[in-house]
Design a binder for this molecule. Structure first.
Ligand code: AOF
Ligand code: ZN
Length: 380
């Protein structure tokens, strides 16, 4: 008995990993909907056979389960379904996936993570169990949820999932005083950064970085140039130069400027004429940043990448608004006039090391927040 359970659990891990890989295909392409993977498998162990595959379609519908069921046709009957997210229970623009699985005669369902959407929230599993289907729920932790961590964060906390990325020199600096731009990370790590950008809904920099580096902040990987995120500049005093690339290209890639200045005032007019949108920022403290983040999901932003510089990074860390830190340590030395990496980036508290890679000469490490340091509430 124990043996057969072990074998079943080994199958579950193997096929959930396949479903997760499927879900990766549409990350960033399903709008506010999570990109979910669904796999239908007949049999078990060495004779197991995949009969249907599905991933949430571009734009968010149809859902993954429907795609997999259509793929399997009559072979769905008696199969085990592996779904990375609990099947939905609501009549939205399509009928509930839990009902579709029941109707198709699926006999067992393995769920990667519960769906916190109030319209689902356990009811998908209830529908399946009420129909006599065996359901196994996995912990919902780790790599399975990564493809839709922005969706989960929006539902749990009403704000995007925040990734802070910092490139740090061997001697612990993130740049040099005086504005001169220095390449810290190497070519291969930079391409990984562009991949992160492609999978983020928005990218944010402080005005200091925008002025010093005059960055474009687009994704420039071959084949992915259409996947550039919205760009957000935190510029309390509205001092971003009008000839900055972020402003001059605002008509092709949206640029938002978060400022304490009146968005309808005279100062804002030239930015608006150039195609930028202005967001109201009340200040630069914890609650101000929280308010800014809580306004983002309604603008379609569920994943946010904070790319620096040190002032913005420190403010986000201080406000406990960072969910993942990506640190790129390079062998480059800055020596004189270096700007130090903010405290908490090199040895983050309340974060655990989740991934470590070598990209060219650079060391790439990813740290994930263990749990919210303080109960997150919406700012008032
Ligand atoms: C699933 N399978 O592939 C996805 C699900 O607006 P609707 O009707 O498309 O519903 C959106 C909600 O459906 C979304 O908030 C999330 O709870 C769930 N997404 N569910 O069964 C899927 N993408
Ligand atoms: Zn569904």
């Amino acid at each position: 008995m124990a043996d057969s359970t072990d074998r079943q659990h080994a199958d579950d891990e193997r096929f959930m990993a396949v479903a997760r890989r499927l879900s990766l295909r549409h990350v960033g392409l399903t709008a506010e909907n999570p990109s979910v993977g669904a796999l239908l498998v007949q049999g078990s162990g060495a004779t197991a056979r995949v009969v249907g595959r599905g991933v949430t379609a571009w734009g968010g519908r149809p859902h993954a389960e429907r795609v997999a069921l259509a793929d399997a046709g009559a072979d769905a009957r008696g199969s085990t379904a592996y779904v990375t997210l609990e099947p939905c229970a609501h009549h939205g623009r399509t009928s509930p996936c839990a009902d579709s699985l029941v109707e198709a005669g699926v006999s067992r369902v393995v769920v990667g993570a519960p769906d916190p959407d109030p319209r689902v929230n356990g009811r998908g599993v209830e529908i399946l169990r009420a129909a006599g289907i065996e359901v196994r729920c996995l912990s919902g932790e780790g790599v399975v949820t990564r493809p839709f961590e922005g969706f989960l964060q929006r539902l749990r906390f009403g704000r995007p999932f925040v990734t802070l990325k910092m490139a740090v020199s061997r001697d612990g600096f993130v740049g040099r005083l005086g504005g001169e731009r220095i390449g810290i990370s190497g070519r291969i790590a930079n391409r990984q950064v562009h991949l992160l950008r492609a999978n983020s809904d928005a990218i944010m920099v402080g005005v200091g970085t925008a002025v010093a580096d005059d960055p474009l902040l687009t994704c420039r990987l071959p084949g992915l140039s259409g996947r550039s995120p919205i760009r957000i500049v935190v510029d309390p005093q509205l001092r971003l130069p009008l000839d900055a690339q972020l402003v001059t290209t605002a008509r092709s890639v949206p640029t938002l400027i978060a400022s304490t200045r009146n968005p309808d005032g005279a100062e804002a007019v030239p930015y608006r004429r150039a195609g930028c949108r202005l967001l109201r920022l009340s200040g630069y403290d914890r609650d101000d940043l929280r308010r800014l983040l809580h306004a983002m999901p309604s603008a379609g932003v569920q994943t946010l990448m904070v790319e620096g510089g040190p002032v913005l990074a420190a403010a986000f860390l201080e406000a406990e608004l960072v969910d993942r830190i990506v640190v790129i340590r390079s062998p480059v030395e800055i020596r004189s006039s270096g700007v130090a990496a903010p405290d908490g980036v090199l040895a983050p508290n309340n974060f655990r090391l989740a991934r470590r890679e070598r990209f060219g000469d650079d060391d790439w490490s990813e740290w994930e927040r263990i749990e919210p340091c303080s109960p997150e509430s919406s700012p008032t």
